[in-house]
Design a protein around this ligand. Structure first.
Ligand code: GLN
Length: 263
């Protein structure tokens, strides 16, 4: 279904990351090459970026977002924005809406809170019953603050509950996947999360790749699929794995089957 990407590294324009690569998110919005479910990603898109790099040891800056309910390729404002905005940390997604979810821009990833940006590629069947089924401790306040009527927004509320209680990002994603897959074995749960300093991602049911660019100012990109024709430099993340990345290094951990998977 959807396609998403996260980048950390030297400042790059949104155009360099999203619209210029020959097989990047722009092209993936109408012709993804490795998508396992759905055909086009025309139900909106979203881009989140950090206006300033995180200061060493300081609080992470709050990201900015630009989201639309139209296809990425049809947005006449995006080329100017993409040319002008430059960032050291970006999370972007193009959407193929799951049936029964809302279609407006509020349902387009990235979802955000504080320093966090989050995206979900996949689908959860009967998601409106999910917290009750999982026994997940979602407070009424968390449910009422869902950004949209969408399975992804619910997974984000679950993740955020853990992040706010101090759970590390990778552990939080692993726990959400574990609890959701336990009651919906058919769920597809590729999750992507960043705070502008590091990226946590899970592959669970669709494709996921990463690319490190060593050299002065290391860079790392995590994406649903490679953005170049031959995929040189890209590595595939095995299904049911957890990926933890910073520009300094990437770790891929075996099956995300519980909070301890990231330990
Ligand atoms: N289920 C999510 C949505 O409706 C994600 C869909 C997807 O991966 N295509 O937006």
């Amino acid at each position: 279904m959807c396609r998403h990407l996260a980048y950390l590294g030297p400042p790059r324009t949104l155009a360099e990351l999203i619209t210029a690569p020959p097989y990047g998110l722009h092209r993936q919005s109408w012709a993804p090459r490795r998508q396992r479910h759905g055909t086009v990603n025309a139900d909106g898109f979203g881009i989140g970026w950090y206006p300033e790099p995180a200061p060493p040891g300081g609080p992470a800056p709050e990201p900015a977002r630009y989201r639309r309910s139209i296809p990425l390729w049809a947005d006449g404002n995006l080329p100017d924005l993409a040319r002008a905005v430059r960032s050291t940390a970006v999370l972007a997604a193009v959407r193929s809406a799951t049936a029964g979810t809302s279609q407006d821009e509020a349902a387009a990833a990235p979802f955000a809170a504080g320093p966090w940006l989050f995206s979900h590629n996949g689908a959860v069947s009967r998601w409106t019953d999910l917290p009750a089924d999982t026994g997940w401790p979602l407070s009424p306040a968390a449910l009422l603050s869902l950004e949209a009527r969408c399975d992804s927004a619910l997974l984000w509320a679950m993740t955020l509950t853990l992040l706010r209680s101090g759970t590390p990002a990778g552990d939080a994603l692993a726990a959400v996947v574990h609890a959701t897959a336990a009651v919906r074995p058919d769920a597809r749960l590729n999750l992507l999360l960043t705070d502008g300093r590091s990226i946590a991602a899970v592959r669970h049911g669709d494709t996921l790749w990463w690319r490190a660019e060593p050299g002065p100012g290391n860079a790392v990109t995590v994406a649903s699929e490679p953005d170049t024709e031959d995929g040189t430099g890209w590595q595939e993340v095995p299904d049911r794995s957890l990926l933890l990345a910073t520009p300094a290094g990437t770790r891929v951990l075996p099956p995300a089957d519980g909070p301890s998977a990231a330990a």
